[in-house]
Design a binder for this molecule. Structure first.
Ligand code: NAP
Length: 443
């Protein structure tokens, strides 16, 4: 019997699982089910628009999606259209690869005020994710505060200070480009609750901040240690030394004619978002690092701003019928195996960390577990799923449909840009209905 597998979610973790299964079982049948019409998860909606090279990995995913044993079912939402129980009744194995799509909260007074926008929302907004296209962030103050010193914080800061010329050849949505360019943003203040040694950014991403056309990185040399103390693996130590080297260079930079600033500020933890109905600032507490942990010193200072962007990670949404650890925001599993027949990979399995390639071992392990647990399959798989889709009159977007949507995005691109993204599901579906759309309606 053919082993049938449904993978829920079409980001990197989903595709690496499909790839590993294709390798491990030459006869298996794999269906990738995606909530949006468009595939690739955070490759499309998370990776910064000016990091086009990173997005090239989608070409490898396309090869997987067009393998004759794989089918893509876009625009089908598990939970809304079809339940996990219904999938499990039809497929030998179901793999959850739904990622982490919700903002992690700061957990301090005032963090629910309009004007506090986590990165799932804010990055989703500038990247044209249909859930966040209408966000309208308040960009009306000179200062934007970003909390966190990881790669996403750096992405956000960069997008906020790059010039129109620097962003011209990217797939940044037109509405975000217009809003950012019209904004009076003069400085982005990025705060880490711990020090430069504990910063999470990787060195290539950090160094990029020293090469911006109209923005200079600002670092207080007094916050940089002369030597690294504490216990670190050799690999971590190399990264820390490189980052410290880059930060030292930043601390000597003369902004010259560059008009904007990106401040890297360490040892400061947010304690309260200030303001009435809207954000008017944020209260920070100076910290010191003791045994690797940030400890408050009681010394407070306020930073006026109208937008606070916590870039402190993402959170996964629970899935009905699947055990969920609300504290960690992940599915309860043993190394990805929820129980025989149900598996998790990527951020919903292990939390929001690691780079794109970190998902590959997850996929390999899930394929191994599936074959060990189930061997040859027995359930009807695709045929039964397609019957359900027909019964429910679901509007499925298959991979050929996606390629038509993509062709329209490419055809509508600004000169030099890779695509002009659709950010409304209705507009994506209208392409398939052969409705003539004007460039103006795209944003
Ligand atoms: P991250 O690397 O985990 O960084 C999160 C930052 O938020 C850390 O500085 C963390 O400080 C801070 N933080 C967490 N909770 C906080 C709180 N309650 N208050 C104040 N600060 C808090 O996460 P990320 O930047 O979202 O990135 C997610 C993953 O995607 C990472 O593995 C990243 O490397 C990857 N990524 C890679 C790229 C790239 O390669 N170009 C681009 C984007 C993302 P502590 O360290 O003190 O907890």
């Amino acid at each position: 019997m053919t082993l049938s597998v449904a993978i829920v979610g079409s980001g990197p973790a989903g595709f690496y699982t499909a790839d590993a299964l294709l390798e491990a079982d030459p006869a298996c049948e794999i269906d990738i089910i995606e909530r949006l019409p468009t595939p690739y998860g955070l490759i499309r909606a998370g990776v910064a628009p000016d990091h086009a090279k990173t997005k090239n990995v989608a070409r490898a995913y396309e090869k997987i999606a067009t393998n004759p044993r794989v089918r893509y079912y876009g625009n089908v939402e598990i939970g809304r259209d079809i339940s996990i129980a219904e999938l499990r009744a039809r497929y030998d194995a179901v793999v959850l690869a739904t990622g982490a799509s919700v903002d992690r909260k700061l957990g301090i007074p005032g963090d629910d005020k309009p004007g506090v926008l986590g990165v799932a929302s804010f990055v989703g907004w500038y990247n044209g994710h249909p859930d966040f296209a209408d966000l309208k962030p308040d960009l009306s103050s000179e200062t934007v505060v970003v909390i966190g010193i990881g790669n996403v914080a750096v992405d956000v800061a960069r997008v906020l200070v790059k010039t129109p010329k620097e962003m011209a050849a990217t797939d940044l949505t037109d509405y975000a480009a217009k809003a950012v360019q019209a904004a009076p943003i003069h400085q982005v203040r990025m705060f880490g609750r711990r020090g430069p040694v504990e910063a999470r950014f990787t060195n290539v991403e950090l160094r990029e901040m020293g090469h911006l056309e109209d923005a200079a990185p600002i670092v207080d040399p007094a916050q940089l240690p002369e030597t690294v103390t504490g216990e670190h693996s050799e690999r971590d130590l190399r990264m820390i030394e490189k980052n410290l080297g880059t930060l030292r260079e930043f601390s000597k930079i003369e902004p010259g004619t560059r008009r904007k600033r990106v401040h890297f500020e360490f040892f400061a933890n947010p304690v309260e978002v200030l303001g009435g109905a809207r954000v008017e600032g944020i209260r920070m507490e100076r910290t010191k690092v003791v045994d690797g942990r940030a400890v408050g010193t009681g010394q407070l200072f306020d930073v006026p701003c109208r937008l606070v962007i916590p870039a402190i990670g993402y959170y996964s949404e629970p899935i009905e019928g699947v055990p969920f650890d609300r504290k960690r925001g992940v599915v309860v599993s043993t190394d990805g195996r929820v129980e025989p027949g149900l598996y998790a990979v990527g951020w919903i399995k292990r939390g929001p960390s690691g780079v794109i390639g970190t998902n590959k071992p997850d996929g390999d392990l899930a394929a191994e577990q599936i074959l060990a647990d189930l061997g040859a399959g027995g359930k009807p798989g695709r045929a039964a799923f397609e019957r359900l889709v027909l019964e429910r009159k679901l509007r499925v977007v298959n991979f050929a449909d996606w390629k038509r949507i993509e062709a329209a995005e490419t055809a509508n691109a600004r000169p030099g840009a890779p695509r002009r993204k659709f950010f409304r599901v209705a507009d994506m579906l209208a392409v398939l209905d052969d409705t003539v759309r004007s460039v103006g309606a795209l944003g």
